[in-house]
Write a protein that binds this ligand. Structure first.
Ligand SMILES: Cc1cc2nc3c(=O)[nH]c(=O)nc-3n(C[C@H](O)[C@H](O)[C@H](O)COP(=O)(O)OP(=O)(O)OC[C@H]3O[C@@H](n4cnc5c(N)ncnc54)[C@H](O)[C@@H]3O)c2cc1C
Length: 453
């Protein structure tokens, strides 16, 4: 009899585990209480990037004079943007559902929880269903963190989930948190023409990123008129009528019309019966005991944000796939462990930012000898044709072997271009492998080849 796998949560982690395990021969049941595709599609990646894409199109239109285009009658239409986001989500949900169904995955619409180590209960509109499982994947994701010093009213004090899209634009948005999510929202709302203040708890935005990369973004923010409160930690948010005041620990107060909290996720780990099933927890996340993402109960796995690893949709999906391979015994043969250090990530600002592998600052901090080569996009014909010469490509390699260890890209299409460096890092390629590839001309990728010389 085939292995019975029950998955709780149908985001990128759960879907990927389900399709791969079913393809490998498991009998899979997936329980989802909301939308197939998860928060990634409903609240996080998809709507935020759709808003950013509209902001970018709007920015291009407003700055299109140099391209020989007249734009007097252009305007923003939030109702049509809302319909656009809804339609993208509908299409994605339906393609996820079709994929799952095509692999024979049984989809249960309801809320799942463990009743025991091998029993899962699904509460559905029709009643309670009890499922026996040989293996379980918990992939319930996360939600925005709300600190005890803030009260969210979803009108003027917002989490990221309240912003898609706003019925009207905030006159002045104060964004709390200058990590990836915070800076994307600063970019998004300033692209629409809102006044924005960003509370930056350290001395640079994106505190974990290469300082040169962060500096390129700060330069853009300042050019747009964004106010940066550096070295300030928010400690209170108070709404009075149409005004919101954000107090900081250094005594400064940022006053705006709206405040948006972007201070990280909390795992959706409550009410899942994990502890009763014997699963150990760590700060609200599920503790994993090995790189197969097993918990201390060997047939219960966790994937995605709830695993407390790297909260990225791409990572969640790969975790799901790796779990499927392990559950089905494939790890003995073709399986490669997931290496979080080699995960590419991007920040959809303007300029776009992407990086992978070892960063220059990390190499420096570790006292590691590396070769760093940097080429500005301005050196390529395509950047000049695009009327956008900003940004650069940086490749970090081993000076002795030429092996590519990492890289950063700032500029147009950085999220796409980083794939070349990501492949090189994962496959252990050398800089000459990139340099000797016959690339397209004119293309921004020529800067990659130059940096790999
Ligand atoms: C604003 C924002 C933008 C982001 N942009 C990006 C991006 O551009 N690229 C990127 O890689 N990552 C991005 N992320 C991160 C990404 O959204 C998450 O890492 C990803 O959603 C994690 O996937 P997951 O499968 O773990 O969880 P989720 O996508 O959260 O899915 C979990 C699912 O489980 C369901 N669920 C929860 N509890 C139960 C239960 N008891 N029973 C049944 N179902 C349940 C939920 O309804 C949900 O559908 C962004 C995050 C935020 C906040």
């Amino acid at each position: 009899m085939s292995l019975r796998l029950v998955i709780i949560g149908g985001g990128p982690a759960g879907n990927s585990a389900a399709t791969h395990a079913a393809r490998l021969g498991a009998r899979v049941t997936l329980i989802e209480r909301d939308i197939l595709g998860g928060a990634a599609h409903l609240w996080d990646c998809v709507p935020s990037k759709a808003m950013i894409a509209t902001g970018a199109a709007w920015g291009e239109i407003r700055h299109a004079d140099g391209m020989g285009i007249r734009t007097e009658h252009a305007g923003l239409d939030f109702e049509s943007l809302r319909r656009r986001i809804d339609s993208i989500e509908d299409r994605l949900e339906s393609s996820v559902r079709q994929l799952l169904e095509s692999q024979g995955v049984r989809i249960v619409r309801g809320t799942g929880r463990l009743k025991g180590p091998h029993q899962v209960v699904a509460e559905t509109a029709e009643g309670i269903e009890e499922l026996e499982a040989d293996a379980v994947v918990v992939a319930t994701g996360s939600r925005p963190r709300i600190p005890d010093w803030a009260e969210v009213d979803s009108e003027r004090v917002l989490t990221t989930r309240d912003a898609y899209p706003p019925s009207s634009l905030p006159e002045h948005l104060v964004v709390i948190g200058s990590g990836v999510t915070g800076v994307e929202f600063v970019h998004m709302f300033s692209s629409f023409g809102c006044e924005v203040t960003l509370i930056v708890s350290r001395q640079q935005v994106l505190p974990r990123k290469d300082p040169e990369v962060a500096a390129a973004l700060e330069e853009d923010f300042l050019r747009r008129g964004v106010t940066l409160y550096k070295g300030a930690r928010a400690v209170g948010v108070e709404r009075t009528g149409d005004t919101v005041k954000v107090s900081c620990n250094d005594g400064r107060v940022a006053v705006g019309s709206h405040a948006l909290l972007a201070i990280g996720p909390v795992p959706n780990s409550e009410g899942l019966g994990l502890v009763d099933a014997g699963v150990e927890m760590e700060d609200g996340y599920v503790r994993t005991v090995d790189h197969h993402l097993r918990t201390n109960v060997p047939h219960i796995y966790v994937a995605g944000d709830i695993s407390g690893k790297l909260p990225l949709s791409s990572v969640a999906a790969m975790q799901g796939r790796k779990i499927a391979e392990h559950v089905m015994g494939l790890h003995v043969r073709e399986h490669r462990h997931l290496d979080y250090e080699k995960a590419a990530s991007a920040i959809f600002t303007d300029p776009e930012i992407a990086d992978v592998g070892l960063g220059e600052a990390d190499a420096f901090a570790e006292g590691r000898k590396v070769r760093v080569t940097k080429v500005p996009f301005a050196a390529t014909a395509k950047a000049l044709i695009n009327n956008d010469p900003r940004g650069f490509v940086k490749i970090i390699s081993d000076p002795a072997t030429g092996q590519v260890l990492g890289g950063s890209i700032v500029g147009r299409h950085a999220a796409e271009l980083i794939s070349v460096i990501a492949l090189a890092v994962t496959a252990g390629l050398r800089v000459t492998d990139i340099h000797e590839s016959l690339l397209v001309h004119p293309a921004l990728a020529e800067a990659l080849a130059e940096a790999a010389e």
